[in-house]
Design a protein around this ligand. Sequence first.
Ligand SMILES: [Zn+2]
Length: 168
Amino acid sequence: MEEIDYHSIGKIHPLALANSANQRDINRIPIRIKIATGTYILQRIEAAYNQNNVDPTCKLCDQAEESLSHFLLCCRALDQFRTPILKNIIRKCSELPALQHSNIQLDILQLIINPFHYACSAESENDISYRIEPLCRQLIYKLHNKRYEILSKMDLISSRRKMNFKVS
Ligand SMILES: [Zn+2]
């Protein structure tokens, strides 16, 4: 089995590569990288680093801490956007011979964060690049946009309330 050296000089990690010159695909890369490197800011992370007692509870559903797994896999407020893409990812994985070895236990969270974790050869890296990673990017970008959209609406409502409060 060939070792993949992601650190070789001059080689860009496949997570950061555009699969096409399509602007839509290129736009998805920065968010994708943040998810992969653990620098995407969610309530739990904000709560851990902020001095001002930030509540780690997910603002979208108010049901649990907003961790990466909550955001990517569990948050009910994002279910309808997540489910179709997630199903697609799971189906594609079941079609890839490289991911079918009995000794590979697929962790769906790990898969979304970095599917190249499961690349065991140059060929499987290529398969993941073209068949799995685009779906992971699509999922992450969709969830990111919907989360942002919902939070912006909430901010708007709460700032209107504050304004009304000042007036009355
Ligand atoms: Zn939630």
